[in-house]
Design a protein around this ligand. Structure first.
Ligand code: TMP
Length: 207
């Protein structure tokens, strides 16, 4: 729950090429067409400082980056976004849509890189002060198929091997199993309009 805050917090998760960003944009339009106060943010990024951290994280030249540094930078970007606009927006009663959040760090740095998930959860608690999405839509696609849908010019994370991305997917599915009330798996096996119809059911319930 968004911890006593007035707004609603919905996150979009999934491995590479899952189409979650397209769906997040469709959801924003949907809420706006209903006259609801919705904003769409992305992670890492969403505010100036966090966008700068994003550049460091995704830059292919930063090959020497340690797994610990990577984990903390994702958390740092998140802490800034939460404090600067995410929590204030929820306080004001807005519907906040976020393209990725803490679950991404559990899947990518935890399951992918092998960082202890309980450590990620502890640092996450510090970074976001216990803020949890009301709903998380997990877009699930076959890893190889997803990777083939990404840009030709890959970023530092996308460049990782297939086994890495398979672990990320496995991590996400484990999260959905652990928290079935919050995390809803959306199979990406149809055109975007049909996928959107599937998620609408969950959106209406969360309002
Ligand atoms: P994007 O492609 O959804 O914009 O996300 C940027 C990349 O950062 C993507 O490869 C996933 C990765 N990522 C992590 O590894 N850990 C995180 O905590 C987040 C938010 C993203």
């Amino acid at each position: 729950m968004a911890m006593g805050l007035k707004g609603r917090f919905i996150t979009f998760e999934g491995s590479e090429g899952s189409g979650k960003s397209t769906q997040a944009a469709l959801v924003l339009d949907y809420f706006k067409s209903k006259g609801l106060p919705a904003v769409l943010l992305r992670e890492p990024g969403g505010v100036k400082i966090s966008e700068k951290i994003r550049d460091i994280l995704l830059n292919v030249n930063n090959k020497a980056m340690a797994d610990e540094c990577e984990t903390l930078l994702y958390m740092a970007a998140r802490a800034q976004l939460v404090k600067e606009i995410l929590r204030p927006a929820l306080d004001k009663g807005q519907i906040v849509l976020c393209d990725r959040f803490l679950d991404s760090t559990i899947a990518y740095q935890g399951w992918g890189n092998g960082i202890d998930v309980s450590i990620i959860e502890n640092i996450g608690q510090f970074a976001v002060g216990g803020l949890k999405p009301d709903l998380t839509l997990l877009f699930d696609i076959d890893t190889q198929q997803g990777l083939s849908r990404t840009n030709v010019k890959k970023d530092r994370i996308e460049l990782r091997c297939l086994e890495y991305h398979n672990r990320v997917r496995e991590g996400y599915l484990a999260l959905a199993k652990r928290e079935p009330t919050r995390v809803k798996i959306i199979r990406v096996d149809a055109p975007k309009e049909i996928i959107f119809e599937r998620i609408k059911t969950y959106l209406d319930k969360v309002l």
